[in-house]
Design a protein around this ligand. Sequence first.
Ligand SMILES: [Fe+2]
Ligand SMILES: [Fe+2]
Length: 379
Amino acid sequence: MTATEPRTDQEILDRASMDDIDAIAEFNPDPDEVIHAVKDQAEALFTWDYSKGSRPRLDKLYEKAKTSQWNAQTDLDWSIEVDPLQAFSIFTESSNVNTGHWTEHPDSPAKNWGDKEWDQFSIESFAWRLSQFKHGEQGALLCTAKIVETVPWIDAKYYAATQVVDEARHVEVFEKYIDEKIGVRYPVNPHLQLLLDDIINDSRWDMTYLGMQIMVEGLALAAFGMMHQVTTEPLLKKLLRYVMSDEARHVAFGVLSLQEVYQDMTAKEIRERQEFAFEAGVRMRDRLLQQEVWDRMGANVKQAVQHGLNIPEEDDLFNQLLFSKIVPNCRKLGLLDAGDGWLREKYTEIGVIELEHLEDTGEEYQAFSLEDDEIQVAR
Ligand SMILES: [Fe+2]
Ligand SMILES: [Fe+2]
């Protein structure tokens, strides 16, 4: 037990209950805003210990990053024409929306849809997914710039600086694809925004890593992997392959850095990290309910959100798999079982604990690495 009373779900999430439909179905209160300001409340640290390589695994990652850069403008063939319906309906077919829970169940807002509605949904839903990824990529850009300032180790500052460039490229490449190949866009989902705000607002530098490198990027790596596997659209396939090769390094950066930091933490400090990992997990579950898409399709949003939460576990494989990097990494970091196994219970409640024994991503970036001949940078 910690010295202070453990916080309840309501306190951690700042709402009536974990499944509070009114709160989950809320929209971005200001979808037209152009600038969104968040206080980052952290000290920028200089270090006078310049001994490069004193953390060998971070140093190796930094050297790898330097030779793995690609150019979003010139390494991809932007002349490829994309037919959005043909390219994106496969994602609807392979997702959890293609189950009887959505197509036939009497409470489903889509139960009476014909081909026309499903075709429109496929394009809207995919545009929504890529829009949220792009917003998340900007979150990663800001978070990693913050890590450059706040982390006390020179090897981590060096590595994080390469990640800043990676994330700028990811924002650029997703925006270019949305702009040139889809033409449909969505503002940031409020649950994703809340999570990004929380991560940036936290003054503790390791929380940036946990929120961004482990949670947000862990989900992104899994999602890109699944999209890469099913898509037959050649431009998107290559784009995702390139982004994944970077993301795998980013998640490794989180795992390698936090392993060291968590070793010296008190039980109370670890509990705060567990609570944050739970909060982030719920925010990401909420964001996957894609209320903005249901709204654009003319469906009753609260009904759609409630129906999404009621999905039987066997029909929800798609969303569960999005946690396939997060849960093993939390396990590797000792967060699942620390204290009284609090996070294990919470991840059981949100239906993702079965993923704990999949491979963690401490070294997985080697397998995702691009071959030299895949990078066609003009030198
Ligand atoms: Fe990224
Ligand atoms: Fe990343």
